[in-house]
Design a protein. Structure first.
Lengths: 203, 97
């Protein structure tokens, strides 16, 4: 799904076009998202502090009990280390999992931005989770100069809802399936042509 | 795993009266709101359909960035006109094993 927004006149977003892309799959709990920002003005613009996903996300809040306080864990660095929020994921945090033990419910947050550029925030501000790139105040900030009519396409990020008895399932099943099927990353691939030649050779 | 999809299908519903777009694949449902009165765009709910838990709290920004130091978000402060929305369907080759 692509949603196109145009900034109204006399607002901060004047002369800006924002396109949001939402991509999801028939057999995966992953929702992938990215943003395209276009400078429609006649002068150069400086783009900074980009977070293309930024939502208020409660891990295990039943809708009939509003504002209940939960204390989830954050399994960072592909599950290698555990933290309590607030947590900022940087260089080694391409995928981190926020999990509530009591409800056995969590959300996996993936950031496809490379290396030190990525920045994934968990509950730094209330229940806000965000996927983006380094802020101006960070050690490795993101900045892009946009010429008139120039567009910038962000890297992608994704969210994955997960409900399981053990937190490892989020990395071992949902994330692993998504990476193999839709990101095109896999360690092994069967070479069918080789098998075919072997079959012919038998005759 | 609660997200195993018994009846897999992708649905993208557009409701002009309510001003919302609904993304649903049988595993989760995310509702995107187009607030015409305030010219804002944001997610109004995100539901894990396996558990029925609605995760989204009020006041989501949807996205955020700064242009020449000015904060831009999907909601608050800025105003947008919803120019268009397009459903893009892709058929992807899935690896065989």
């Amino acid at each position: 799904l692509k949603v196109k927004l145009s900034g109204c006149a006399a607002s901060s977003a004047e002369n800006l076009d924002v396109e949001l892309f939402y991509e999801f799959y028939i057999d995966s709990p992953v929702l992938r998202k990215w943003i395209v920002i276009t400078n429609k003005s006649s002068s150069e613009m400086i783009l900074t502090d980009l977070e293309w996903e930024k939502i208020n996300y409660e891990i295990a809040q039943p809708f009939w009990i509003p504002k209940i306080c939960t204390f989830p864990d954050v399994y960072a660095q592909y599950g290698q280390s555990v933290h309590k929020p607030p947590y900022i994921g940087r260089t080694d945090d391409a995928a981190l999992f926020v999990y509530d033990y009591e409800k056995r419910e969590g959300i996996l947050i993936g950031n496809e931005a490379p290396s030190v550029i990525k920045r994934t925030s968990v509950y730094s501000d209330s229940t806000v989770i965000s996927i983006g790139m380094g802020l101006s105040s960070d050690d490795f900030p993101f900045r892009k100069y946009l010429n008139p009519d120039e567009s910038f396409t962000s890297l992608k990020g994704f969210l994955m809802v997960s409900s399981s008895e053990v937190w490892q399932d989020a990395f071992d099943t949902g994330l692993a399936d998504f990476v193999r099927k839709y990101m095109g990353i896999k360690l092994f691939e069967r070479d069918d042509s080789y098998v075919h030649l072997q079959y012919l050779g038998a005759f | 795993m609660a997200w195993i999809n018994a009846t897999p299908q992708i649905k993208i519903d557009s409701n002009q009266d309510k001003g919302q777009l609904t993304l649903n694949n049988g595993i989760f449902e995310r509702v995107l709101k187009t607030d015409v009165a305030n010219n804002a765009f944001y997610s109004s709910s995100y539901t894990d359909l396996g558990t029925g838990i609605i995760h989204l709290d009020e006041g989501s920004y949807e996205f955020a960035f700064k242009i020449i130091g000015k904060q831009i978000m999907g909601t608050h402060l800025e105003k947008y006109s919803i120019t268009s929305h397009t459903v893009l369907l892709k058929v992807k080759t899935i690896a065989k094993f």
